[in-house]
Write a protein that binds this ligand. Structure first.
Ligand SMILES: NC(=O)C1=CN([C@@H]2O[C@H](COP(=O)(O)OP(=O)(O)OC[C@H]3O[C@@H](n4cnc5c(N)ncnc54)[C@H](O)[C@@H]3O)[C@@H](O)[C@H]2O)[C@@H](O)CC1
Ligand SMILES: [K+]
Length: 473
């Protein structure tokens, strides 16, 4: 949902607009439920509280509804601009009562809860993390002990929208959840905390979900301050033979995407050339001039010390290489297969291997696929993730289909596919395969767009690599 929100912003739909729709829906629900009476809003200092401020404003002009708002914490410490904006507007509305609750007793002393006809729980939404603190914890107890009807905003406060363990949460009569059903609300545990769930349309643009956007990059976690070498990905690139540049491009792209360690395992004939491209790449020479079965022992050891394998770039299609690839893939836990590696895939893929393939349309056809319309079914029946490259990239894990539209015709130059494979490998170490594939397509294309601004049709794959960090930032 956070990714969708950010993608909306990227498309020009502001969070404030979504919040207005969310709040308006809450107000309608309150009015439908009580018609006349006292509505007590319990608002936290995040955007969940912001939704409540909007709803309170909408109801404040209704002569039959009396609006009371308890902000948990100090209003001066409201955390987001959207929530602050909507809080400030309440200064121009007819509100029966508004207090700041820094200690749960302040709320108790008002008697509002005992006197209410409905409680609107907007204390905590999807931004919750960790064990419930005070005064929120006691306030949740007060709501649950009140016996009053409760409308929960987005999720019952304290409930994990992803369906994790619940320490303590509000028990609601109805939850109005925004835009899409949250995974956690479909679990059996959810029925303990809400009798009913309604999904409310808040006007999200369909493109925000259909197209990969900058918001999708939000899944890429910030690093912990105490991170150490290796935690952000150890990537093994297996490539080269007839070509030496391809694996080097993939390796440099993986490093620029943030991978900690990138090793290239390449036939001995090209290992020296690859090493000469950059001191940042670790190179492990294989036995001969193409990848072959004699290399499996060396590669098995290398796989054990890396998180993700990216295989295929510049390997060529020698029969020995195809055979070696088909034997290497089952040894990998996480593997990205690109270019010539795609000709060594044996379907169905082995159990215990998570695989992303990055074919262009010709390679996809060689695998038995047909067109972009086929991607979802192909991914589903073969249990893999496809990133089908094209003018628009189509990504699917067999359940969801996403389209990426970054990139430009300047990127038809050789090597940009190798860059994409490297970016995908680096992200696969820190994200789910479908997230990695979506983000990689976006980053590679957006870096290509920046390179195109500078270089036009003369852009090179190395120029794309140079702009990856700008996109990531
Ligand atoms: N564009 C958007 O982002 C939209 C967001 N919406 C609303 O925004 C919500 C998410 O907002 P936020 O990300 O600001 O987060 P929340 O409002 O869910 O919660 C963040 C607040 O809770 C506090 N908190 C977190 N964990 C806590 C704990 N364990 N104990 C006590 N306090 C805790 C934080 O300090 C912070 O003040 C959604 O659930 C939804 O209601 C809607 O307005 C629709 C649009
Ligand atoms: K809530």
């Amino acid at each position: 949902m956070r990714a969708i929100d950010a993608n909306c912003e990227y498309l020009g739909l502001k969070g404030l607009q979504l919040m207005e729709n969310a709040g308006a829906a809450i107000a309608r629900e309150v009015k439908e439920r009580i018609g006349t009476g006292k509505a007590v809003f319990i608002a936290g200092r995040g955007n969940n509280g912001g939704d409540a401020f909007v709803a309170a404003r909408h109801l404040s002009s209704d002569p039959d509804i009396k609006v009371y708002i308890a902000i948990v914490g100090q209003a001066s410490r409201i955390r987001t601009d959207d929530a602050k904006h909507n809080f400030n507007l309440l200064g121009h509305c007819t509100i029966e009562g508004l207090i700041e609750v820094t200690d749960a007793s302040h709320l108790k002393d008002t008697g509002w809860i005992d006197d209410s006809d409905v409680i609107i729980d907007a204390l905590l939404g999807t931004g919750i993390s960790g064990k419930i603190r005070e005064p929120e914890s006691t306030i949740i107890d007060m709501i649950n002990g009140s016996g009053k009807p409760v409308i929960a905003v987005d999720v019952p406060s304290g409930f994990d929208p992803d369906g994790g363990d619940v320490d303590k949460a509000v028990k609601a009569d109805i939850t109005l959840t925004f835009h899409a059903m949250k995974n956690g609300l479909t679990t059996p545990l959810a029925s303990k905390y809400t009798s009913e769930v309604k999904v409310v349309n808040i006007g999200v643009c369909s493109d925000a979900e259909k197209y990969v956007g900058s918001g999708d990059l939000k899944v890429l976690q910030r690093r912990r301050a105490d991170s150490h070498k290796g935690q952000s990905g150890r990537i093994l690139i297996i490539g080269g033979g007839p070509y030496s540049g391809a694996p080097a491009l993939a390796a440099m792209a993986a490093l620029r995407t943030g991978a900690d360690i990138v090793t290239v395992a390449a036939p001995a004939s090209v290992a020296g050339t690859i090493a000469a491209y950059s001191p940042d790449i670790i190179v492990r020479p294989l036995s001969s001039d193409v990848l072959c079965e004699e290399d499996i022992e060396t590669i098995t050891k290398l796989i054990g010390s890396h998180d993700v394998v990216v295989i295929g770039m510049g390997l060529g299609r020698d029969g020995r290489t195809k055979k070696a690839v088909s034997e290497i893939i089952p040894l990998c836990k996480k593997v990205v297969v690109d270019a010539d590696g795609l000709y060594g895939i044996e379907l169905p893929i082995p159990e215990g291997t998570e695989m992303i393939i990055t074919p262009h349309s010709g390679e996809f056809r060689a695998l038995g696929g047909e067109s972009a319309d086929d991607v979802k079914a192909f991914a589903s029946s073969n249990h893999l993730i496809i990133l089908l490259k094209g003018k628009e990239d189509t990504i699917s894990n067999g359940e969801r289909v996403a389209i990426n539209v970054t990139g430009n015709p300047g990127m038809t130059v050789g090597g940009t596919g190798d860059v994409l494979a490297g970016v995908t490998g680096a992200l696969f170490a820190i994200a789910s395969p479908v997230e990695a594939a979506c983000c990689a397509a976006f980053i590679n294309g957006a870096a290509g767009d920046l390179a195109f601004e500078e270089r036009g049709y003369g852009l090179l794959a190395t120029d794309v690599i140079d702009r990856i960090t700008d996109v990531m930032k």
